[in-house]
Design a protein around this ligand. Structure first.
Ligand code: A2P
Length: 317
């Protein structure tokens, strides 16, 4: 299994299981099955609304001897409504209670966007907190406190631009270990990858298969299909692989971590097996040359210009 080495020498399994969009009713079996197949990295988040069921799967996997806690890498994420410094630790404690763990391997700030504590998802500008009221540096100080208190081994960010990471690096005591971002052949972000490599920040690729099962509010009309892209299909058939396997292996071979989601046992196994294959340099180059089509997860739902949130300020592009 490929591993990515963090700045302090700890190793993170490159392939993880994504759990966004895995319903509470199905995610227990998915996590048990994934661990039996050999997955050793599970990517969670409070916002996904399924950490209680995942926690039950962890407890049962540990007690039945499928895996030891120390051999499993567990990531979770701070939701946007807990960005005030005083709210960070309680949010992580709740995640740990739900996941039935004593510590996380990695805790990420899910988005550089703050919501009022009582708001789960915004329906108007009134639901946001401005970055003056909830500065990222203060949220980060709360995250650092969680490492110092042993609640998470590592901390990092998600959906952060290079500019925002630089601002964080300037004032932090503990550096972000990871930036988790949307990455796939239609949105390759080479400049971000180069920057993170230089700073020893591991990059995790989310939505590596295009997240076609997203709820409607996260979807755009006429989205391009990664699975049906001619280059991907040709490489897959020439190598006896599925399109999903090509996408997963491409991500790992680029030096990123990758967290494909599946709730189907056969596809879980197929995706896991992709970690063990190899693509030729020529195939990697063909994928690198694919036309950029932009983000699938645009962040358009974080729109509150009066409080300083727009797509321009979100991605700093
Ligand atoms: P399912 O959960 O039914 O397997 P992403 O990881 O980019 O969020 O994409 C997840 C989507 O891709 C889900 O709809 C998932 O469906 C589907 N998927 C996952 N693995 C495969 C695979 N090997 N082949 C086809 N579709 C897959």
């Amino acid at each position: 299994m490929d591993k990515l080495i963090l700045r302090n020498g700890d190793a993170m399994p490159a392939l993880g299981l994504g759990t966004w969009k895995s319903d509470p009713g199905e995610v227990y079996n998915v996590v048990r099955e994934a661990i039996k197949i050999g997955y050793r990295h599970i990517d969670c988040a409070a916002f996904y609304g399924n950490e209680t069921e995942i926690g039950q799967a962890f407890i049962d996997a540990f007690s039945s001897g499928d895996v030891k806690r120390e051999d499993l890498w567990v990531t979770s994420k701070l939701w946007n409504n807990a960005h005030l410094k005083k709210d960070v630790r309680p949010a992580l404690e709740k995640t740990l209670r739900d996941l039935r763990l004593d510590y996380l391997d990695l805790y990420l700030i899910h988005w550089p966007v703050a919501l009022k504590p009582e708001v789960q998802f915004p329906s108007s500008t009134n639901d946001f907190l401005s970055l003056n009221d909830a500065p990222i540096a203060a949220t980060w100080a709360g995250m650092e406190g969680c490492v110092k208190d042993g609640l998470s081994k590592h901390i990092g960010v998600s959906n952060f631009s290079i500019k925002k990471i630089k601002q964080l690096l300037d004032g932090c005591e503990i550096r972000p270990a990871v930036n988790q971002i949307e990455l796939h052949p239609f949105h390759q972000q080479p400049t971000m990858l180069e920057f993170c490599n230089k700073e020893y920040i591991v990059v995790t690729a989310y939505s590596p298969l295009g997240s076609t099962d997203r709820p409607p509010q996260f979807k755009n009309p006429n989205e391009p299909s990664l699975f049906e892209n001619t280059t991907i299909v040709k490489i897959a058939s020439a190598n006896g692989l599925s399109s999903a396997q090509v996408l997963i292996r491409w991500a790992i071979q680029r030096g990123t971590s990758v967290i494909p989601k599946s709730v189907n046992p056969a596809r879980l196994k197929q995706n896991f097996d992709a970690a063990g294959i190899s693509l030729s340099n020529e195939d990697m180059k063909k994928i690198a040359a694919l036309e950029a089509k932009g983000r699938l997860i645009t962040g358009k739902f974080w729109d509150a210009p009066e409080l300083g949130y727009s797509l321009a300020t979100l991605w700093d592009e």
